[in-house]
Design a protein around this ligand. Structure first.
Ligand code: ZN
Length: 387
């Protein structure tokens, strides 16, 4: 399998989400994995049959190592489309980089994993099993993708899991969780000729915003070694309808990033206490619309993790990490599947993903493949490598 052609083929099969139809790309992965001798299954949720996943297994029994990458991409947004200098689905190679929607997020590491599977299939005496998961629905949160696969028993418990995302080929061992919430204030609407007769919900919200900003600053006293500090951002505000009336309603939306160890229930209580402590009377405030996704954190103390770090160090000639991965990933849905360490790993930067002229440097893509192959040879074929 020529590595550049393989990645071009993957980029040339569009899989934007929404709508999240991954059937064609899942089938391509399945066909390639069957050809190298894998047992392949392609589960899809009844709630969204087009969100097809591919699970390819080589060998059997323990130890089990999982290679996981998502096969959906973000769509090309209308504004973004004007800024592409190449066709986003052509897989063009220019200046030692391969361009295309999904090239770095997440098809390069998917291709590296497929190449590593093929290399593994050529070895003799595989000890245990190697599982490639090409997952749908990551870009919309994974509820009908990896979370569904895990909940429905489609994924075996694994001794080591590598989740493919953009870490500059370093080893990421944690990411933050997110809790979103809405705060609403209620007042009394009157004509603006005499505002003091009413109760201004926007003015009340102003006090809450000040309190939340102080809360955000206080949060920075807690530091996690790889993902940094928890934060609270006010991202949306809406209130009032005309300048000549006192508004009776205002709402803000919050994004509260949680570091490993923080529970969403505790964070909801903290936010409630912050809002309750603000003197708003006679206006009132409520907090609700909670939506959250978990953080993930791996101790990185097992033998597989040590071996993987060695392989990264040898290839990069610089510190392999551990680092934090700033966006979320499907790793949060695999916590109950992991019997040992789980890491996030892949070429490029997440800053280049989700943008015009998304690309992956061919050298970085080659390094990812080299690291995965070296790791699997040492992890699953130790005796043979020594012979
Ligand atoms: Zn991704």
């Amino acid at each position: 399998m020529d590595s550049i052609k393989l990645l071009q083929r993957l980029v040339r099969i569009p899989s934007p989400n929404p709508p999240g139809d991954t059937r064609a790309v899942a089938d391509f992965v399945a066909e390639r994995m069957r050809a190298i001798g894998c047992i392949v299954r392609q589960p899809a949720p009844a709630a969204k049959p087009a969100a097809r996943n591919t699970i390819a297994i080589l060998g059997e029994g323990a130890p089990r190592i999982m290679l996981h990458a998502h096969i959906d991409t973000v769509p090309v947004a209308p504004v973004e489309a004007q800024n592409w200098s190449v066709d986003p689905y052509a897989g063009i190679v220019r200046d030692s980089a391969l361009y295309g929607k999904g090239s770095v997020d997440d098809k390069a590491i998917l291709a590296s994993m497929m190449l590593a599977m093929a290399d593994a299939a050529r070895q003799k005496s595989l000890k245990g099993s190697l599982i490639l998961v090409a997952a749908a629905e990551e870009e919309t949160g994974g509820q009908l993708g990896t979370k569904w696969l895990a909940d429905k028993g489609h994924l075996p418990l694994c001794e080591f899991i590598i989740v493919g995302e953009q870490t500059g080929n370093k080893v990421a061992t944690a990411h933050k969780g997110v809790l979103r919430a809405t705060v609403r204030t209620a007042g009394v609407a009157v004509h603006a000729t005499n505002p003091d007769r009413g109760v201004n919900a926007i003015v009340a919200m102003g006090k809450i915003i000040q309190a939340l900003q102080r809360y955000h600053q206080d949060l920075s006293r807690v530091l996690h070694p790889v993902v940094g500090v928890p934060t609270c951002n006010i991202g949306v505000i809406a209130g009032g309808s005309t300048a000549n009336a006192v508004p009776d309603a205002c709402a803000i939306q919050l994004d509260r990033r949680m570091i490993p160890g923080e529970s969403p229930q505790d964070v909801v209580k903290e936010l409630g206490a912050v809002v309750a402590a603000v003197d708003l009377a006679p206006a009132t405030a409520t907090l609700g619309n909670f939506v959250y996704s978990s953080w993930f954190d791996s101790a990185l103390d097992g033998d597989y993790a040590a071996t993987f770090m060695d392989c990264v160090r040898a290839e990069l000639a610089e510190s392999p990490g551990p680092i934090g991965y700033m966006p979320g990933s499907d790793a949060k849905h695999l916590v109950d599947i992991a019997r040992g360490d789980m890491i996030i790993f892949g070429p490029g930067s997440y800053e280049a993903a989700h943008a015009a002229d998304e690309h992956v440097k061919l050298a970085d893509y080659a390094s990812s493949t080299n690291i995965l192959k070296a790791f699997l040879r040492r992890a699953l074929y130790a005796a043979e490598a020594e012979a």
